[in-house]
Design a protein around this ligand. Structure first.
Ligand code: DQA
Length: 190
């Protein structure tokens, strides 16, 4: 189980030409991002996967709502799926808003091609995470194990969603896998 603010996997390289996300195919098999940088068609898509407050307690925390799968188990399943998709996942969790924002900034500066984020309760409160994602300009997917729209009214609004390409919610641990498939496909121009 990852501890707070700890990376679960090693990061990939950060060479300049690998950096820009949200790619569309260009002639000659290369991939051209909206910002104009090229990524070779065979290059692994680098996805930063962030989980916010209290998600380190998955498996023990309200299993009737969030299921019995631990965050570490989700991380292992994602690594396996990423391999089959030709992607690389950097899987991290923090209970601290600022830490999540720092990691989004690193992704924005070239450490990742896309972001998958379950902000936990910060979904409903964090203008700062919205700003960070907006500023990053990367393909981003908001993920939830539960379906917040079907729960208490204070969970219905997401401040983060408008900065995201899409949302996957309500499929338990599988939400992360569905979101990874979606984000990798979008970076590749799908
Ligand atoms: C959650 C939903 C949030 O409303 C809640 O605060 C969480 C988990 C989910 O994955 O279902 O911590 O993000």
């Amino acid at each position: 189980m990852p501890v707070k603010s700890r990376r679960v996997s090693k990061r990939g390289g950060t060479s300049r030409r690998d950096r820009t996300p949200g790619s569309v195919k260009s002639p000659r098999g290369a991939v051209r991002s909206p910002r104009g940088a090229r990524r070779s068609a065979g290059t692994a898509v680098r996805v930063l996967v962030l989980s916010g407050p209290n998600l380190d307690r998955l498996g023990r925390r309200e299993p009737n709502v969030y299921g019995s799968t631990t965050l570490a188990e989700i991380g292992v399943a994602l690594q396996r799926l990423a391999e089959s998709l030709g992607a690389r996942v950097d899987f991290r969790q923090s209970n601290h808003e600022g830490k999540l924002i720092d990691w989004i900034s690193e992704a924005a500066d070239g450490a990742a091609d896309a972001i998958l984020i379950n902000p936990g309760a910060l979904t409903h409160t964090s203008l700062a995470i919205y700003d960070a994602l907006r500023g990053a300009g990367l393909v981003a997917v908001e993920v939830h194990l539960s379906n917040p729209a079907a729960r208490e009214t204070f969970r219905h609004a997401s401040l983060v969603a408008p900065a995201c390409t899409g949302i996957v919610a309500g499929f338990g641990a599988q939400s992360y896998e569905l979101a990874l498939r979606a984000v990798v496909s979008r970076v590749r121009g799908g």
